[in-house]
Write a new protein. Structure first.
Length: 499
């Protein structure tokens, strides 16, 4: 059985707690790997390594940092397939999805390579007689990231490249369900020349998380996961005096107006709802059909959904893989099996799906629920699986009101040919990321990612300018220098005397 250990101080550190977690191949259901789960003492060792490294990394030159990051970017590019294969083996997503994940993470590494222009300060001269004011941004120290299972490479790369580019050192606690990709990212960073201790990977469960939240040497916490955990992390870490960005769950809606290209809308709904088996916080899980288009739109979605091939992620013909665990598969299935009793029309039921030769895998087919009531579990909860809900409304205003009533405000989309309607939607919808004829509006690296309401706890979105501001703090210096002509008696600097 393969063993995944910690990466502390630039080397592998074997787990010493005696606690191990299983890592399962989702396509076979076989627990073929075990991962070390850190004790409090091991967390302290990782933080101590990061703190020691900060003494020199925090004062290193920008040219030193960016040179390492450029080499790191080249190594990641060369190892794309390897990293994607690790993601597929432990998460289950198809190889093309995994490659896309690596590519989106690389965008943030590229942003970090250009950190020099983002860390420039400001200067105001002569704000008063012989007085200048300057402002700079400086690193925080040791920062930590707690990342989810659904993007085991991309989300860590949304955090640590910017953090270390800004001069911080980093302790990463990835999901224990698929830990190998993050470990490989750290190994490649060391190969690129990142000094020992600047990036540490610590595997663990609640014990490790709780210690990071309270550790006095951790200055900031970044988190991506479910809303209940995001809220808890924000409360506990903030109470311990830490800066926090905690991204929570979502229930992303797609509003389809009567003038929309229904073929394009159906294509978008299928890819956004069922891509990566629906295990992404930016998945479209609720389509809101306006007016009389509902029946035709549902028919087009069914036509496309029935053609999706489900199979092992390493099969190049597969378009959707299994879910991460059997327990998660069963939870997702429960929303479908209970939907009719709560008022929904079950158009597609994927709960009995299996793949020949892989019967023990965590399989579930595509499910589509129509006429979904807003008080049903399938609508209210973040399902995090390949289940798409369709709701019907009569007007644009009714659709926007329905969407704004959701406690989540992560991402949303509108499909229409009308620019005026799209403009109104951008201004009126209560969500942090908006797509116009784009179903999954994940911003590019130089803009920031984050939602509103119960989808974000903290003041800063992740990556982009917000990410840079999160991992730095401002300092303002006010300076007054005497005029050189007022030099003390006996000191001649070659200036005329002011007398």
């Amino acid at each position: 059985m393969k063993t995944v250990n910690h990466w502390i101080g630039g080397k592998t550190v074997e787990g010493a707690s005696g606690n191990w977690g299983p890592v399962t191949d989702p396509a076979t259901g076989a627990p073929d790997t075990r991962v070390a789960l850190a004790s409090v003492e091991e967390v302290d060792a990782a933080v101590a390594s990061a703190k020691a490294a900060y003494a020199t990394w925090g004062t290193s030159s920008l040219s030193t940092r960016t040179a390492i990051l450029f080499r790191y970017r080249a190594l990641l590019d060369a190892h794309r397939d390897e990293i994607a294969a690790l993601i597929t083996a432990e998460h289950g997503k198809v190889h093309s999805d995994a490659l896309g994940e690596v590519a989106r993470g690389l965008e943030i590494v590229e942003l970090a390579c250009g950190i020099t222009t983002q860390l420039k300060g400001e200067l105001s001269t002569q704000v008063s007689n012989r007085v200048d004011v300057s402002s700079i941004r400086q690193s925080l120290g040791v920062v930590a990231g707690i990342t989810p299972f659904n993007f085991p490479a991309m989300v860590p790369m949304w955090m640590f490249p910017i953090a270390v580019a800004c001069g911080n050192t980093f302790v990463l606690k990835p999901s224990e369900k698929d830990p190998s990709a993050s470990l490989r990212l750290a190994q490649l960073a060391t190969e690129a020349g990142l000094p020992d201790g600047v990036l540490n990977v610590l595997h663990g469960d609640k014990v490790a998380v709780d210690r990071l939240l309270e550790h006095p040497d951790v200055a900031a916490i970044s988190f991506v996961g479910s809303t209940p955990i995001a809220r808890h992390i924000h409360q506990v870490a903030s109470a311990n005096g830490k800066r926090v960005q905690a991204l929570g769950g979502a229930k992303n809606h797609m509003l389809v107006l009567p003038d929309a290209d229904l073929d394009a809308a159906a294509d978008a709904a299928v890819s956004a709802a069922y891509g990566s088996a629906g295990e992404r916080c930016m998945a479209i899980s609720a389509v809101v059909a306006v007016g009389s288009i509902g029946d035709e739109l549902v028919a087009k979605i069914v036509e496309r959904a029935e053609k999706i091939k489900i199979g092992p992620g390493n099969d190049p013909t597969s378009e959707m893989g299994p879910l991460i665990t059997a327990a998660h598969r069963d939870k997702v299935a429960s929303y479908v099996t209970g939907a009719a009793a709560q008022g929904s029309t079950v158009v597609l039921d994927g709960t009995g799906y299996t793949v020949e030769g892989f019967e023990n895998g965590h399989w579930i087919g595509l499910s589509l629920l129509d006429n979904v009531p807003t008080d049903s579990d399938a609508y209210r909860d973040e399902i995090f699986g390949p289940v798409l809900c369709v709701l019907r409304v009569d007007t644009y205003e009714e659709g926007v009101a329905l969407m704004n009533a959701s406690p989540f405000g992560n991402g949303t989309a509108i499909f229409t040919r009308d620019g005026g309607a799209a403009r109104r939607f951008q201004l009126e919808i209560e969500a942090g990321m908006v797509g116009v004829n784009v179903p999954i509006p994940v911003p590019v690296g130089y803009h920031s990612f984050g939602g509103w309401k119960d989808s974000l706890f903290g003041d800063h979105h992740i990556y982009g300018n917000d990410g840079i501001h999160f991992y730095t703090r401002g300092k303002v210096t006010t300076t007054r220098w005497p005029d050189p002509a007022d030099a003390p008696s006996g000191v001649d600097l070659g200036f005329p005397r002011n007398n």
